[in-house]
Design a protein around this ligand. Structure first.
Ligand SMILES: [Zn+2]
Length: 287
């Protein structure tokens, strides 16, 4: 039996009319110095190119002060990105706090933050050819930090017990295990985390607040580029959903590879720049 909607209190409207406040105003954060990063980028040289095959994952490493670019190469394709501190995979991307700080979708100058107790910028977006997209009539935007990553466990529930092995979660797990970071596939799986959905176009429905996706506006040649604030190990999955216009967690969508280019900035060009230190909180938690 569904419960009846409770009778609204007399001041219901007054309570609804209270204006919202931003949970985490970022005014006190040091803004990304995009001009400085642009000077680094001018001096940087390409050092590696990786092709992540369709419905697979791939790993790449970026030295601090360098850059990585993810490019759509053959057709509209969404990528699920994990980032780790290359020297310590326990420090990894924290999509929830990144979302709390910057909003549901990332844009130019915004950071990918690591989790506790590190909580520092890992990467900063410095270029985005989809920067024109903004917010569409459905409330959709690109590059979200809402979605978690498609995974075989949710799929198992929703499909009535199907086994599907090329969800982003599995692609990231296999790629990480192949990189030798963990001793086994099951150990690697514990390090995989919620992603940045590169090129994915998503939002929440107005009525039910459900997470929606729609065909990505990305086209071959489009790219998004990040400055590496620390030494990074990246893992990227070319989502089995392709442009995520219809479904994921299956082999039915048209799916394409993604290209990752890595650039290194010479020490002379970096000058006195240094990676951000780990978080300064003393970790006593008041005890
Ligand atoms: Zn996926």
């Amino acid at each position: 039996m569904p419960r009846p909607v409770p009778t609204p209190p007399e001041d219901a409207q007054a309570r609804r009319d209270v204006p919202p406040v931003i949970c985490y105003p970022t005014d006190s954060l040091q803004p990304a110095d995009l001009m400085r990063y642009a000077r680094f980028r001018d001096a940087a040289t390409p050092v590696a190119r990786h092709l992540v095959p369709a419905r697979e994952g791939g790993a790449f490493r970026v030295p601090a002060g360098g850059f990585f670019r993810i490019t759509c190469v053959e057709g509209p394709q969404v990528g699920d990105l994990n980032l780790f501190n290359a020297a310590n995979p326990v420090e990894r991307f924290y999509s929830g706090k990144t979302r709390a700080l910057h909003g549901s979708h990332l844009s130019l100058g915004e950071r990918m933050w690591s989790g506790f107790p590190f909580l520092r910028p890992m990467a900063t977006m410095v270029a985005d050819t989809l920067g024109w997209y903004g917010r569409d009539a459905f409330g959709g935007r690109v590059h979200d930090v809402i979605g978690t990553r498609c995974d075989p466990y949710t799929h198992w529930h929703l499909s009535g017990g199907e086994m599907y092995h090329h969800c982003c979660h599995s692609n990231l797990t296999r790629a990480l295990a192949a990189e030798g970071v963990a001793g086994s596939v099951s150990e690697a799986e514990t390090l995989v985390h919620d992603v940045l959905n590169v090129f994915m176009c998503t939002g929440f429905t107005e009525e039910t607040g459900q997470y929606f996706m729609k065909a990505s506006p990305v086209r071959p040649g489009d790219y998004v580029e990040f400055f590496a604030e620390i030494d990074l190990l990246g893992v990227l999955s070319a989502c089995p959903g392709g442009d995520c216009g219809a479904e994921h967690s299956s082999d039915s969508a048209a799916c394409h590879p993604l290209q990752v280019d890595v650039f290194e900035t010479p020490a002379a060009a970096l000058g006195d720049w240094t990676p951000p230190p780990v978080n300064g909180y003393d970790r006593s938690h008041g005890r």
